[in-house]
Design a protein around this ligand. Structure first.
Ligand code: DX5
Ligand code: ZN
Length: 212
C-alpha cells in the first residue's frame, strides 16, 4: 500500500486518484515529539476520508497515542497503528480501537524487540515492523530487521487469528521479495510509488513481486 508521505501534500486528493489500484492508503501522522518530523493530523485525515472510499491505514508516530488514536478510528479509518514504545496502556488502547470499528495495529521501531509484546497478539489485528527509523521517507531498508519479521510471523502463526504483518520503510522493487520471504503480508511503499512515472503501475509491480 502506498504511503502518501511521499505524495504532493498540496494535492492529496489528486495524488490518491493516481493510485486507484492500491489496497489501502497509508497515512503517516508525525508530531515532532515521537519522531523529529511533523506531517498531518486528524483534520487532514477527516478530509481524506471525505474524498476516498479506499481503506485508510493510519500510522501514528506520535507521543501519547492513548489520548489521540481513538479519534482516528472515529474519523472512519479502517486501521489505526500506534507505536508500542509510546503507548502507556497498549491493551486498553487496542481494545478502544476495536470498539470503534478499526483494526488495531502495533508498530515497532527497528531497535524494539517483539518478544516483550508477544502476549498482546490476541488483542491486535496488525503488527508493523519498521525497517527504517520512523520519521522520513526515502531511507534505506535495514536488513537487520529481517529476523524480527520472521519472528513476528512465527508468533502470529503460533497465536492464530487474522493478524497482518506489515513492513514499512525502504520497500522497493529491490527489497520487497526479502520482506515477503521473511513473512510480511502487508507492504508499505512511499518513495518507490510516488517517485515512479506511473505510481499505480508501480503498486501492481510491487504486489506481483511480493506475491511471487
Ligand atoms: C516513515 C514512514 C513510512 C514512509 C516510508 O517513518 O512511516 O511510511 O513513508 O517511505 P519509504 O517507502 O520511502 O521508505
Ligand atoms: Zn508509515
Amino acid at each position: 500500500m502506498p504511503s502518501i508521505l511521499s505524495a504532493d501534500f498540496a494535492n492529496l486528493q489528486r495524488e490518491i486518484e493516481r493510485i486507484p489500484g492500491a489496497d489501502a492508503i497509508h497515512v503517516d501522522v508525525m508530531d515532532n515529539h515521537f519522531v523529529p518530523n511533523l506531517t498531518l493530523g486528524l483534520p487532514v485525515v477527516e478530509a481524506i476520508r471525505r474524498v476516498t472510499p479506499a481503506m485508510l491505514d493510519i500510522h501514528l508516530m506520535i507521543a501519547d497515542p492513548d489520548r489521540w488514536a481513538p479519534a482516528y478510528a472515529e474519523a472512519g479509518a479502517e486501521s489505526v497503528t500506534f507505536h508500542v514504545e509510546a503507548a502507556a496502556a497498549p491493551v486498553r488502547l487496542a481494545r478502544e480501537l476495536r470498539e470503534r470499528g478499526a483494526r488495531a495495529g502495533m508498530a515497532l521501531k527497528p531497535a524494539t524487540s517483539i518478544e516483550p509484546y508477544a502476549d498482546l497478539l490476541p488483542e491486535l489485528d496488525m503488527v508493523l515492523v519498521m525497517t527504517v527509523e520512523p520519521g522520513f521517507g526515502g531511507q534505506k531498508f535495514l536488513d537487520l530487521c529481517l529476523p524480527k519479521i520472521r519472528r513476528a510471523r512465527q508468533l502470529i502463526t503460533e497465536t492464530g487469528g487474522d493478524v497482518w504483518l506489515q513492513v514499512d520503510g525502504g520497500v522497493s522493487l529491490e527489497t520487497v521479495e526479502r520482506c515477503v520471504e521473511a513473512g510480511a503480508d502487508a507492504l508499505v511503499a512511499g518513495s518507490a510509488v510516488f517517485a515512479a512515472d506511473d505510481p499505480d503501475a508501480m503498486v501492481s509491480r510491487l504486489r506481483e513481486l511480493g506475491s511471487a
